[in-house]
Design a protein around this ligand. Structure first.
Ligand code: FES
Length: 97
């Protein structure tokens, strides 16, 4: 993903590691947040969502893109987060191997 695909204040998603989906939120010109897109309620795929928060389509949980913490629905723990950065024109996520 490049910075032109993720404007400041925007959310995005990418499939990495073959088939794992990740969520991104660019909170400033120079920083970005990244999370695994697996709902902490029952494991559904969390989507970018149309409102401010990330959204899970299964039972309606929502998550704050700045922190990963749940903001609604049955989920009561945060999305798994990963270090991420802006490196030139690239959005970089650092995954455990
Ligand atoms: S699995 Fe996401 S709200 Fe239930």
């Amino acid at each position: 993903m490049t910075t032109s695909e993720l404007a400041v204040g925007a959310k995005g998603t990418a499939v990495l590691e073959s088939d794992r989906s990740y969520l991104f939120y660019r909170d400033s010109e120079t920083s970005v947040k990244a999370y695994r897109a697996v709902c902490t309620h029952a494991g559904c795929l969390v989507e970018v969502g149309t409102e401010t928060d990330f959204a899970c389509p299964c039972h309606g949980s929502s998550f704050d893109p700045a922190t990963g913490e749940p903001t609604g629905g049955p989920a009561n723990s945060a999305l798994e987060s990963f270090p991420a950065a802006i490196d030139g024109t690239n959005v970089v996520i650092y995954l455990d191997s």
